[in-house]
Write a protein that binds this ligand. Sequence first.
Ligand code: HEM
Length: 539
Amino acid sequence: MKRDCGSLILHTAFIMAFQLAVSSAGRRIGFDLLRTTTAAVDIRRGAVGNTSAAVTDHDSHRKLKTINHLPEIKTCRMLWRLFFKGYLNRMHELQLYEKQLYGPLYRVNAGNYKCVSISSADLLEELLRKDEKFPSRGDMTLWTDYRDMRGIGYGPFTEEGEKWYNLRTVLNKRMLHPKDSVQYGDVINQVVTDFIIRIYYLREVSPTGDLVSDLANEFYRFSLEGISTILFETRIGCLEKEIPSETQDFIDSIARMFTYSMPVVVLPKWTRNYLPFWQRYLNGWEGIFKFAAKLIDMKMEAIQKRVDANQEVAGEYLTYLLSNVKMSSKDIYGSIAELLLAGVDTTSNTMMWALYLLSRDPAAQVALYEEVNHIIKDDRVPTAQEVNSMPYLKAVIKEALRMYPVVPMNARIMTENEVVIGGHFFPKKTTFTLMHYAISNDEKVFPEPRKFKPERWLRDGRARPNPFGSIPFGFGVRGCVGRRIAELELYLAVARIIKLFEIRPDPTIGEVQALNRTVLVADRQVNLHFVERQNTPQS
Ligand code: HEM
């Protein structure tokens, strides 16, 4: 497997959504901003006419400020920071720096890039509680163009409005409720078992006999196998020594699609007929959908055969979607592809950060080992219900996601409503960027924010942090659809690994820093020692 595809995945929808949202909404918002210099008048009109659900009567009695009262970052300063101060790859750190300079609410006004940044838990809560019925992160034409050309339906990322809502209603079932995700426990456990076998193999061939190198890549394989097994109800061989060639083509297609997204998004549309990037970008999508369609069609045939033979149709997520009258197969292709792309880098990087943090904190590792060992005796494989009742394990994952929110920035566009946030009035179509990294590293909410302290999250009588201080899966109806599956994958894998191995740092790699490639990734290859515990037979 090529290493670069791991770090490229989720150079995905989020950056696309974010960049496109910011540029296109920026264009739209520009007009509105000009009109809001006399905001007090507009607000009164809004309140009296009751046109806005978000701007309340209560708000109208207060003296509201406008967007023009906010500190502003202009193009030159933005470019200076990104390109000369080196924040381009460390935009999560830029969030901290700008919060220090401007406070938790400021605006960016850089060419087409116009938005309002929010970087405190209170303001984030205020905004998200006023989120619209059909929340929007922005324009996804980069992804929808291909689907339109090929007549493929949109998935949860790309769909908007009422259609998105209806789609989510179908997709949420069997996925979002904790009791639904439990049903995937056995499937995920099979993948974890193969992953453990792979860890033993990698240790064996390592120079020290216990080193696993390039964990991000290994977890990428694990996550892709896990989510594919759930979505396609078929194993695709990512954990085998030799990856099957069709699967490798699929992985390369994902990498190709992301690699060529960048030139395609930057270059004007007319260049598509003259430069090779657009065609290569399309080839990437062709490969992704070819692979997905083959597996989906096979499943469809199998279901049809059972129906024809009057046999019961049983299965998991794909079978559920295929048996759903509301979804055509072109909609299923669209949704499965997006679920798959969203579910790999997110889970794999979270796993990498969690193990890296544990390797550097022996006390936390002992606490986790004791919890796991207390519940899981001998070499038994833990069930989904069992890991769901391990508070320290959950706290470890929550803390890893707080320190390294794998999606460090998100966006919302208020398409329907004017809104008041932090005593400021914002017109319709304002783009808000949600600075999750700055928020979850706020020392007022999380004392000693750069210290790994899973105990912050324990319900043992201590004061619990503001829930909006760390919302790594987003919030509300547009929140992550794969959350429960991701959590289950993380819990089952980390519990099994910690039960079998003590994880120790590789001193040769030094202190790992985060880079922002849309998801937070490590700035170097992370290797860890997996020292086998005594009396823990190989599973
Ligand atoms: C640790 C793992 C993961 C993290 C931290 C994560 C985080 C997120 C975040 C922050 C969002 C945006 C939510 C919002 O705008 O409020 C999101 C959306 C989404 N996630 Fe995840 N995710 C993870 C794993 C997964 C998995 C495994 C899947 C697939 C099964 C998945 C599928 C999606 C989809 C389809 C959306 C778009 C939902 C929509 O727009 O309606 N994610 N995720």
